[in-house]
Ligand binder design. Structure first.
Ligand code: ASP
Length: 357
């Protein structure tokens, strides 16, 4: 172990303990259960409580794990109030919503993905059809839209009025050297939204499940980085980055700064950690340490050298152990296990500082 890893390991061990995730019965419990579980285990990002509940209930009723997790995230994709995913997602810099998603089915080792898809509320469902009805893994942009049309998906304007107003505020405020001018009197409550103060924001849903028989699947879906350059694709639709499933090991996914996850093949790295004996939470922390180590750009460093951004990994093992970790403290993840649907704390590398940099 080199210096940074050793320091990171000690810090994160302390952080894990502080977050209470070393308590047995929770995510990091390193029990060695066999692949026969008493019920499904489903994990998701914190915005996925409805997804974990839905997926678990479908798996209990005998559904395939992939159908179950997609039905779960469809709820969030179709929710106009969630500004980070699907319908209602924040648009690119031109005010157009572009969605990314991928799915992976453990039992058959198959995968499908779409990126920069416009006008379709449920990119995860299109990704599944790419997997099932083409010889490809990923279709993007105009081709993805035509493919979705061919399969009967309804086209809608994904930009809700709320998302449009947030985009317009961003457009009018992000520079005083262009011709877009904010109103003299704020005209609605999006003016006070925290988003207005942020040049860019992230948000995504990842959901992974294991059935009582030990079969795994996962899905990640997002509107990506808000106000992105049109055509920008993050980690969410990239197999190995925003999602990876290996039916002999587990399933993992990510949210947060996609560029950092792509460069480290994040979710695949988590699964490889688990394959080599790390618990889900340890594997998530180890992949985050890799991100910290490989972020060399000064513009992405705080004064103390730590990253200015956050990334979260979520993981479930074939035997039902689960865990999640973030670079910064304070995050939670959704989990259904032992018949209970709830939020649990993520482990983390660093305590979030009080002051903003
Ligand atoms: N990972 C997503 C992306 O980079 C965004 C997010 O998770 O917040 O597109």
């Amino acid at each position: 172990m080199d210096d940074l890893s050793r320091r990171g390991f000690l810090q994160s061990a302390a952080a894990v303990a502080a977050a209470g995730v070393l308590t047995p019965s929770v995510s990091s419990a390193s029990t060695n259960r066999s692949a026969s579980l008493s019920g499904p285990v489903v994990v998701s990002s914190a915005n996925g409580l409805r997804a974990t509940e839905k997926a678990a209930s479908m798996i209990r009723d005998g559904a395939d794990t992939l159908d179950a997790v997609i039905a779960g995230v469809n709820i969030v994709e179709e929710d106009p109030e969630d500004n980070s995913v699907g319908y209602g997602g924040l648009p690119n810099e031109d005010g157009v919503v572009e969605l990314d998603s991928c799915v992976m089915h453990g039992p058959t080792c198959r995968a499908g993905a779409v990126a920069a898809l416009r006008n379709i509320k449920t990119p995860s469902s299109v990704a599944k059809i790419v997997m099932e009805r083409t010889d490809h893994v990923m279709i993007v942009g105009e081709g993805a839209l035509r493919f979705a049309r061919a399969h009967g998906f309804e086209e809608v304007n994904l930009l809700t009025d709320k998302a449009r107003k947030i985009w317009l505020k961003w457009k009018e405020k992000h520079s005083d050297r262009d011709d877009w001018i904010p109103p003299e009197v704020p005209d609605d409550d999006t003016q006070s939204s925290a988003l207005v103060d942020l040049p860019f924001s992230y948000g995504t849903i990842n959901c992974c499940a294991v059935s009582p028989a030990g079969d795994l699947s996962g899905v990640t879906t997002t509107s990506g980085l808000s106000f992105k350059i049109p055509g920008r694709v993050g980690d969410s639709p990239i197999i190995g980055a925003g999602l990876y499933v290996d039916n002999t090991v587990g399933a993992a996914g990510s949210t947060g700064r996609g560029e950092a996850v792509i460069r480290t093949c994040g979710s695949h790295t988590v699964i490889e950690g688990m394959r080599h004996g790390l618990s889900p939470v340890e594997a998530c922390l180890s992949a985050l340490r890799r991100i910290v180590k490989t972020t060399t750009e000064k513009r992405l460093h705080r004064k103390d050298g730590r990253p200015k951004f956050d990334v979260k990994f979520y993981a479930v093992a074939r035997d039902g152990r689960h865990g999640a970790a973030a670079i910064w403290s304070g995050a939670e993840y959704a989990v259904y296990s032992d018949g209970q649907n709830r939020l649990e704390p993520c482990a983390y590398l660093y305590e979030k500082p009080e002051e903003k940099e």
